[in-house]
Design a protein around this ligand. Structure first.
Ligand code: C2E
Ligand code: MG
Ligand code: MG
Length: 764
C-alpha cells in the first residue's frame, strides 16, 4: 500500500513539476502565485516521500518536521493565490508581517524539533489493520500552535473563497468553485486521516490535485458557458439591434436593442420572423452574403433613421449556419451631419445660404432649366457701417436679419437667397415671380427698427436679367451689383436694372484711371476758358475748365473724366495743375496789361480734405505775383454738406487773404439757402440750366429775382451761368444780375483762342 501511495505521489509530483515548467512560459498576472503554490506542493511531496522512506529516527523527525513546515507555507501560498485571483485587498502589512512571521517561527520550531522534540515525537509502530511499519507521531503541546495556525489559514482561505462566491456574478462563481471544492476535499481527507490514525496522509495527493486544478483553471480554462454568457452580455450591451435566425429561418435570438428598435414585445418573435421573411421574398435566390440598406421606424413616437445590415453566418467549412441582422440607429449621426452641412452652407445670422453655397445652388438651378427667364437680384444697405457705429452692432444685426426676412417674400420654386457680403444679399428668381413693387415697398419696412427721424435706412436693389445661362453666377451677381454702384442710374432710385452701358462705364473708369498719370505728365490736360461778361457787355474774366486732349479720342469734355477722377481722388492732382495754369495765365495777362481780368477755378470736395487749400492758393499767388482777388475760387454747395465748420474756416482764411469765394451751381443742391447763412461768399453763381426745364416761366422769374435780391442783400455779386439767349440776358440784367456766362457769349475755348478773340478785339 505504501509503495502504491509513493508511486502515486511521485507521479503527481512529476505532473506538478510539468505544470510548474509550463507556467514559467505563461505570462499572466497569476503565474507567480500559482508557481509558488506548485513549488510548495512539490517540496511537500518530496519531504513526505522522504519521511515515509526514512528508517532512521532523526531523518524521520527532520522530513516530517519539514512536511509540517510545508503545510504552513502551502496554506499561505493558497491564501496568497485566493487574494490575488479574487482581487481582494486586505491589509498587506498584516498579511505579510503577522502571518509570515508566525510561519517563520513555526518553521524554526519544527526544524529544531529534530533536537528538541518539543513539537512532536516519533516512534516506529506497526499498523494493526495493514501490518504496515510506520512512524507514529505524538504531538506535544507546542505542536497545537502549529495546528491552530494551519486551521486559521484554512479558515481565511475558506472565508475569502465563500465571500467571493457570494459577491461575484453568477458566471464567475464557477471559477472560485474550482478552488473551493478540491480544497474542501483536501480538508475532509486530511481530517479523516488525522482522526482515523491511518499511517498515510492522503490529503497531500488531493493538495497536489488542487494545485494542478488551480493552475489549469486560472491560466487556461474558460469555464463552459462563460464565453457564451460573456458574449451574450456584450451583445446585449451593444448599441445596435441584433437578431438572428437558423438556416430554416427560425428565430433564435434578439438583443434588447432589437426589441426596442422594432417595437417588439418580450417573448414575441413574430415581427423578427416577418422581417426575415420579407427580406427573403426580396432576395428569392438567397445567394447574398451581405446586404445593407437604410430605413425608418417610429420608435417611442419619434421617427428614427436606421442602417440595416444583413449577414449570412458561415462556419469554418463555409457552410451556412444562419443569418443575422444588425440595426444601427443613425438618427443622431444624420442629424449631426445635416447640422454640420447646414452650418457650412448657411449664414448663421440670417439663415440664408452663404456666398459659396448660393453661387453653387444658383448654378445648379440655372443649368437645370436654362430656358427659364431669371433675374439675379442683389441688395445693398447704404452706409451700413454707419448703422453699426451709430446704433450699435446689435441693431446692425437686427437690420440684417429683418432685411433677409423681407427678401424672402418671394418663396417660389427655384427662388433662392444668399448673404454674399456683410450687408449684401442676393436672390435668384424667375422673372415672372419678381415683384418689383413689393421689393421696393419692403425696403422701406426696415425703417421701423431705427427710432431716429434723422437717419433713413436706404436699401438699393440691383437687378440683372440673366442673358447667358452659361455665365458664372458670380459674374451675374457682379452685374446686378454694378447696377447698384452705378452713380448716375442708382442715385435715389431703389431698384436699378443692369444694362450693358454700366459695364462700359466701368471699363471706361478703369481706362481713365489707368491713363491719368501719363496724361498729366504729358500735359494732355489743358485749360479752356469761358468768358465772364459784365452787365455793360465788357469782359471781366473767365472760368477755367479742364479739357483732355486725348491722343486717340481727341478733345474730351470734363463730364467724361471728372466724375471718375473725383471718385478715385485723382482730382486733387488735376486741380492743382489747373490752378497753376490759371495763375500762370493771370501773371501773363498782368504783364500784358490785362491785370483787370480774373480767372475762376473749380475746387472739388476732396481738395478740402487732402490739401491745405489756403497754403496752396497763397503760395500760387506769391509765386506768380498776382493779386488774390484775380484768382477766384469756385466751390459747389455739395462741398459744404459735410464738415461745414471746417470748410468755413478754410474759406475764411482765403477770404482774409483777399481771395474771392464763388458758390457754383447755386440751387442745384438741396440745402442751398440753409448754407448761405453760414458761408460768407463773395459771388453767387446761378446755373440757368436748373430753371430752364420749368413750364411756369413766371414762377421761375420770381424765384430768380428773389435769389438775386437776396444775394445783393447779403452783399454778394451774382453771376448767371448757362446764359444761352439774348432774352435770358436781358431779363437777368433787369433783375440786377452783375455778370453773365454762357454760350450766348462763347463756349469754353482754348486760352489761345480766348486771347485771340478778346485781346485782339480790345486792341482794335
Ligand atoms: P461748372 O463749373 O458749372 O462749369 C460750367 C459748365 O457749364 C461747363 O461745362 C460749361 O461748358 C457749361 N456751360 C457754360 N455755358 C453754358 C450754356 O450756355 N449752355 C450749356 N448747356 N452749358 C454751358 P464743362 O466745361 O463741361 O464742365 C462741366 C463741369 O465739370 C464744371 O461745371 C465743373 O464742375 C467741372 N469741371 C470742369 N473743369 C474742372 C476742373 O478743372 N476741376 C474741377 N474740380 N471741376 C471741373
Ligand atoms: Mg464752375
Ligand atoms: Mg457751374
Amino acid at each position: 500500500m505504501e509503495s502504491v501511495f509513493v508511486i502515486a505521489l511521485t507521479a503527481l509530483m512529476i505532473v506538478t513539476i510539468i505544470c510548474c515548467i509550463v507556467t514559467v512560459r505563461k505570462k499572466s498576472e497569476y503565474s507567480t502565485v500559482i508557481r509558488r503554490l506548485l513549488n510548495m506542493g512539490i517540496i511537500a511531496m518530496i519531504c513526505y516521500i522522504l519521511f515515509l522512506l526514512s528508517d532512521n529516527l532523526n531523518a524521520a523527525l527532520l522530513f516530517d518536521g519539514m512536511y509540517f513546515v510545508c503545510t504552513d507555507w502551502m496554506l499561505l501560498c493558497l491564501l496568497a493565490y485566493v487574494l490575488r485571483y479574487g482581487d481582494i485587498k486586505i491589509h498587506t502589512k498584516l498579511y505579510r508581517n503577522v502571518l509570515v512571521t508566525f510561519a517563520a517561527f513555526d518553521t524554526i520550531c519544527l526544524l529544531l524539533n529534530v533536537r528538541t522534540q518539543r513539537m512532536f515525537l516519533l516512534e516506529q509502530k506497526v499498523h494493526e489493520g495493514t501490518g504496515l511499519q510506520y512512524w507514529s507521531a505524538t504531538f506535544q503541546k507546542v505542536h497545537y500552535w502549529h495546528l491552530g495556525f494551519c486551521y486559521f489559514l484554512t479558515f481565511l482561505v475558506l472565508f475569502f473563497l465563500v465571500k467571493k462566491i457570494v459577491q461575484t456574478s453568477k458566471m464567475y462563481r464557477k471559477m472560485y468553485l474550482y478552488t473551493l471544492v478540491p480544497f474542501l476535499i483536501v480538508i475532509a481527507v486530511n481530517a479523516a486521516c488525522f482522526t482515523s490514525d491511518y499511517p498515510l496522509d492522503f490529503s497531500l495527493l488531493f493538495y497536489a490535485v488542487l494545485a494542478i486544478v488551480i493552475c489549469y483553471s486560472s491560466l487556461y480554462a474558460v469555464p463552459k458557458g462563460l464565453m457564451e454568457d460573456t458574449l451574450m452580455s456584450v451583445v446585449e450591451d451593444f448599441n445596435n439591434g441584433i437578431f438572428c435566425f437558423d438556416i430554416k429561418g427560425k428565430f433564435i435570438y434578439a438583443n434588447t436593442k432589437a426589441y426596442e428598435y422594432l417595437q417588439v414585445k418580450e417573448g414575441d418573435s413574430l415581427p423578427f420572423e416577418r422581417y426575415f421573411k420579407k427580406w427573403k421574398e426580396q432576395n428569392p435566390r438567397n445567394d447574398m452574403d451581405y446586404d445593407e440598406w437604410e430605413e425608418q421606424h417610429t420608435v417611442k413616437g419619434a421617427e428614427r433613421d436606421f442602417h440595416v445590415e444583413f449577414q449570412r453566418v458561415r462556419d469554418a467549412k463555409n457552410a451556412t449556419t444562419g443569418y443575422s441582422f444588425k440595426l444601427t440607429d443613425r438618427t443622431e449621426d444624420i442629424r449631426r451631419f445635416r447640422e454640420e452641412q447646414y452650418l457650412a452652407t448657411h449664414d448663421r445670422l440670417t439663415g440664408l445660404y452663404n456666398r459659396e453655397y448660393f453661387f453653387q445652388k444658383a448654378e445648379q438651378i440655372i443649368r437645370r432649366k436654362p430656358e427659364v427667364e431669371r433675374y439675379m437680384v442683389c441688395t445693398n444697405i447704404k452706409n451700413f457701417k454707419l448703422i453699426n457705429d451709430l446704433f450699435g452692432e446689435e441693431m446692425g444685426d437686427r437690420v440684417l436679419a429683418d432685411q433677409a426676412a423681407l427678401l424672402k417674400y418671394a418663396n417660389y420654386e427655384d427662388c433662392i437667397h444668399g448673404r454674399i457680403g456683410p450687408d449684401r444679399f442676393a436672390m435668384l428668381v424667375a422673372k415672372e415671380n419678381f415683384n418689383q413693387e413689393l421689393a421696393e415697398k419692403n425696403t422701406g419696412r426696415l425703417q421701423y427698427l431705427i427710432n431716429d427721424a434723422n437717419y433713413k435706412i436706404q436699401v438699393c436693389i440691383g437687378v440683372y436679367k440673366i442673358e447667358d445661362p452659361t455665365e458664372s453666377p458670380q459674374v451675374m451677381y457682379d452685374k446686378a451689383n454694378l447696377a447698384i454702384e452705378s452713380p448716375q442710374e442708382g442715385y435715389n432710385k431703389t431698384v436699378v436694372y443692369y444694362d450693358a452701358k454700366m459695364l462700359d462705364r466701368l471699363v471706361h473708369e478703369k481706362t481713365v484711371v489707368g491713363e491719368f498719370d501719363r496724361a498729366l505728365r504729358e500735359k494732355q490736360f489743358t485749360m479752356f476758358l469761358q468768358p465772364l461778361v459784365g452787365a455793360d457787355g465788357q469782359l471781366v474774366g473767365a472760368e477755367a475748365l479742364a479739357r483732355w486732349r486725348h491722343p486717340v479720342q481727341g478733345l474730351v469734355a470734363p463730364n467724361n473724366f471728372i466724375p471718375v477722377v473725383e471718385k478715385t481722388g485723382l482730382i486733387i492732382r488735376l486741380d492743382e495743375y489747373m490752378w497753376e495754369l490759371a495763375a500762370e495765365k493771370l501773371s501773363r495777362w498782368k504783364a500784358q496789361g490785362r491785370g483787370d481780368l480774373s480767372i475762376s477755378v473749380n475746387v472739388s470736395a476732396k481738395d478740402f480734405y487732402y490739401t491745405d487749400l489756403s497754403k496752396v492758393f497763397i503760395d500760387l499767388v506769391e509765386k506768380y505775383g498776382i493779386a488774390p482777388d484775380r484768382l477766384n475760387i469756385e466751390i459747389t454747395e455739395t462741398v459744404l454738406i459735410t464738415d461745414l465748420e471746417m470748410h468755413v474756416q478754410t474759406m475764411d482764411k482765403l477770404r482774409d487773404y483777399g481771395f474771392r469765394i464763388e458758390i457754383d451751381d447755386f440751387g442745384s443742391g438741396y440745402s442751398s439757402l440753409n448754407m448761405l447763412k453760414d458761408v460768407k461768399a463773395d459771388i453767387l453763381k446761378i446755373d440757368m440750366l436748373f430753371l430752364r426745364e420749368t413750364e411756369n416761366k413766371e414762377r421761375s422769374r420770381v424765384i430768380l429775382s428773389s435769389v438775386i435780391n437776396m444775394a445783393k442783400a447779403l452783399d454778394m455779386r451774382v453771376v448767371a451761368e448757362g446764359v444761352e439767349t439774348v432774352e435770358q440776358m436781358e431779363s437777368l440784367r433787369n433783375m440786377g444780375c452783375d455778370i453773365f456766362q454762357g454760350f450766348y457769349f462763347s463756349e469754353p475755348v482754348s486760352a489761345e483762342e480766348f486771347e485771340n478773340k478778346y485781346f485782339t478785339a480790345k486792341r482794335e
